[in-house]
Design a protein around this ligand. Structure first.
Ligand SMILES: *Cc1c(COP(=O)(O)O)cnc(C)c1O
Length: 431
């Protein structure tokens, strides 16, 4: 691992986590399509279950193909351990319930992916975990919302839907001051564009479904433990009280120091992953490993194409406004310029003059762009969030999230930029 950390990003994206299988000498990462693994002896079986020895038991808990992906993401994020899940959504849910329980609170940025907003706004409260939503634009808002019941802070690196960039360094200072873990959803940046852990994140979640996979062919998620958070504070009852999910273990206290460091990742794997059960299939892990190999090349081009589109739309008479963190003059540009060193990502949002009906006409007139609810595909994609992904939100909540009825969300693909711009122009001409 020490060696891998010294590798460049591009090298680690291709090699980290894989040891060529000594039996088959397969250069590609093999897909281990098996539900379960044979124990060498009764003692071996007992040691695996008691966490005295790491190894494979059952694919819901871990699989060697998934392990290569987990170790590779750990290397790219600069963390200590990662756990894959069936989706980004499952990774987020498992992260919250690893840390917070009934009676606890979380403080979250309000500019969230629609599914995450619903999880925090409707599902967690039913489980007794309350969410305080704050405007990410002023990091002080997080501090104001913290109470003795707060167990974590949550932000997206670039938030939905208007692409505000979170000042992770500033929010992390507040988290550290209050001895709370900062959880960052890095899906819109991936570890290539932004180093969440270097900026102070304790836990990083990525939806693998988006740019990491990069081809819109599989659903998956992963969470990375930076290995730096101290869970021994009594307010983290799930880490300091005997855990009835695991033989009364106190994760933040009883484990040897090397394992205590990754207590979050261990509890995430052995409690919610194991017993709620949303695991990643090894086939999908393999697909994400293919995507990772070219992540740097693709994100550089996504960012280049998106900047060209944003600059073009800025001059377009039918665009009411454009938001892209890479545009000089964008409200998020000062933070983006400081944090995003390798590009500003593949997402552009804008308002079509004429409001909601003009926006709908525009989306229906697109040819090259696909009208669908995904982002981060090699193909260019478009969506009208107010009537789709964020339609669960009330008008008030939409307004709070900065979602206006005219907003069109573009995920800029890897096609020739002339074709991308040409398709936008012909569709705008029909409005
Ligand atoms: C897509 C997405 C998710 C959810 O991931 P799934 O893999 O679709 O479950 C979470 N956060 C962000 C920012 C996303 O874009």
């Amino acid at each position: 691992m020490a060696n891998e950390k010294r590798q460049g990003f591009e090298t680690a994206a291709i090699h980290a986590g894989q040891v060529v299988d000594p039996t088959t000498l397969s250069r590609g990462v093999p897909i281990f399509r098996t539900s379960s693994f044979v124990f060498k002896s009764a003692e071996h079986a007992a040691n695996l279950f008691a966490l005295k020895e790491f190894g494979n038991i059952y694919t819901r808990l871990g699989n060697p193909t998934n392990a290569v992906l987990e170790d590779r993401i750990t290397a790219l994020e600069g963390g200590a351990a990662s756990v894959t899940a069936a989706s980004g959504t499952a990774a987020i849910f498992n992260t919250i319930v690893t840390i917070a329980r009934v009676g606890d609170e979380i403080v979250s940025a309000s500019n969230l992916y629609g599914g995450t907003y619903t999880l925090f706004d409707a599902i967690l409260p039913d489980l007794g975990i309350a969410t305080k939503f704050v405007d990410v634009k002023d990091p002080q808002n997080f501090e104001k919302a913290i109470t003795p019941k707060t167990r974590l802070l949550f932000v997206e690196t670039i938030g939905n839907p208007v692409l505000d960039v979170a000042d992770i360094a500033a929010i992390s200072k507040i988290a550290k001051k209050h001895k709370l873990p900062l959880v960052v959803d890095a899906t819109f940046t991936t570890p290539y564009l932004l180093k969440s852990i270097e900026l102070g994140a304790d836990i990083v979640v990525n939806s693998l479904t988006k740019w990491i996979g990069g081809h819109g062919t599989a659903i998956g998620g992963v969470v990375t433990d930076a290995g730096t958070f101290d869970w021994s504070d009594p307010k983290f009852a799930l880490f300091t009280q005997p855990d009835k999910n695991y033989h009364g273990l106190r994760w933040g206290i009883d484990l040897p120091p090397e394992m205590r460091k990754i207590a979050f990742a261990l509890r995430n794997r052995t409690v919610p992953l194991r017993n709620i059960g949303a695991c990643l299939s090894p086939d999908n892990a393999w697909i994400f490993l293919q995507g990772l190999e070219t992540l740097n090349l693709r994100l550089a081009r996504h960012s280049e194409n998106a900047l060209a589109v944003a600059e073009h739309l800025q001059k377009h008479p039918k665009a009411a406004w454009v938001r892209y963190p890479g545009l000089k003059g964008d409200p998020s540009h000062p933070v983006a310029e400081r944090l995003l060193k390798k590009g500003y990502g593949g997402m552009v949002v804008f308002g079509v003059k004429g409001g909601r009906s003009a926006g709908e006409k525009f989306i229906e007139s697109l040819g090259l762009f696909s009208h669908l609810a995904n982002v981060g595909d090699a193909k260019s994609l478009a969506l009208h969030p107010a009537s789709t992904s964020h339609s669960q939100l009330s008008e008030e909540q939409q307004k709070e999230a900065g979602l206006t009825p005219d907003l069109v969300r573009l995920s800029i693909g890897l096609e020739s930029v002339e074709d991308i711009v040409g398709d936008l122009d012909q569709a705008l001409a029909k409005v």
